[in-house]
Design a binder for this molecule. Structure first.
Ligand code: SF4
Length: 296
């Protein structure tokens, strides 16, 4: 399931790129700026500020949306068919995130920009959510892109079974791999996941693929300290073949999305990280021979 296709992106890989955002992720990073990407099914969203009280959503008669004392009330836990709300609200106060698209549909979107990829040495970047948790459809799409000689990057947490990584890497030009933390307890507390799975996958991957870029979200209280960052950088260096590391400063741009999904944002008190705070990490990484930069 896809939750967004973004054309003409100049981040997240070389040249002009089409970004394909998959819905569904095995992790629950507390700072995630795309919370709508975490669930593997449709997500109902409600923006109270856009609601003009037309009540088109109530006319559907679905239990997920009802009239409350202070206007519309949403049951975000509803397991019913929320897709019926997709185009119902004239002001887009109620929307649905997620869309089933076939390989042919996605290819058609990608091929619209073939001339731009050629001229800019761009291509396609798969993101999410976690693209490598999508199953056989992704492999099929990657095979088609390889046949067409379209450059492919994948952004991944590597928090997936090795078998899926192995099936995809032969069709992938660049792997943009998160390395959020090397401490298992910290990783578990802030993402719900298993750091050792990521590190084991990264060791295997670095033996098989020559173009891996490590990406580190820098998040206060989670990993924003020299000792924790040294752990991440030293592990990267130990893999020998990886030459590049990117530091992604924590920002607060996704916070409002949590309200629209009826969720609490757990890092509400956390301040954004300024780029100058990353200078020591860059210096340390470069001193160890890595190419280091801020941002994707
Ligand atoms: S891995 Fe990425 S998409 Fe998944 S929860 Fe973490 S930040 Fe969000």
């Amino acid at each position: 399931m896809i939750f967004n296709i973004q054309r003409y992106s100049t981040h997240d890989g070389k040249g002009i790129r089409t970004m394909i955002f998959y819905k569904g992720c095995p992790l629950r990073c507390m700072w995630c700026s795309n919370p709508e990407s975490q669930s593997y099914s449709y997500s109902l969203k409600y923006n109270r500020h856009l609601c003009k009280g037309f009540e088109e959503c109530l006319k559907i008669g679905n239990e997920a949306v009802r009239a409350g004392e202070n206007g519309i009330e949403i049951d975000f836990t509803s397991k019913g068919d929320v897709e019926i709300f997709r185009d119902i609200c004239p002001t887009k106060a109620v929307t649905v995130s997620g869309e089933e698209k076939s390989t042919i549909d996605i290819l058609a979107e990608i091929e619209k920009d073939l001339p731009f990829y050629k001229r800019s040495e761009g291509g396609v970047t798969f993101s999410g959510g976690e693209p490598l948790s999508q199953g056989p459809e992704l492999v099929e799409l990657l095979q088609e892109l390889k046949k067409r000689e379209i450059n492919v990057s994948i952004e991944t947490s590597l928090h997936v079974p090795w078998e899926m990584i192995e099936r995809c890497i032969i069709f992938t030009d660049t792997i943009l791999s998160d390395l959020k933390h090397t401490n298992a307890e910290k990783f578990k507390r802030y993402t719900g996941g298993d750091a050792t799975l990521v590190m084991k996958n990264l060791i295997k991957l670095s033996a098989l693929h020559n173009n891996i870029v490590i990406r580190v979200p820098v998040v206060p209280d989670f990993n924003h300290s020299m000792s924790e960052m040294k752990g991440i950088i030293d592990f990267t260096i130990s893999l020998k073949k990886i030459q590049e590391i990117h530091f992604l400063p924590y920002h607060t741009l996704g916070n409002e999305k949590y309200k629209m999904l009826g969720r609490r944002y757990e890092l509400d008190e956390t301040k954004k990280v300024d780029e100058h705070e990353l200078a020591d990490y860059i210096e340390y990484a470069e001193s160890k021979g890595l190419k280091a930069k801020i941002g994707g």
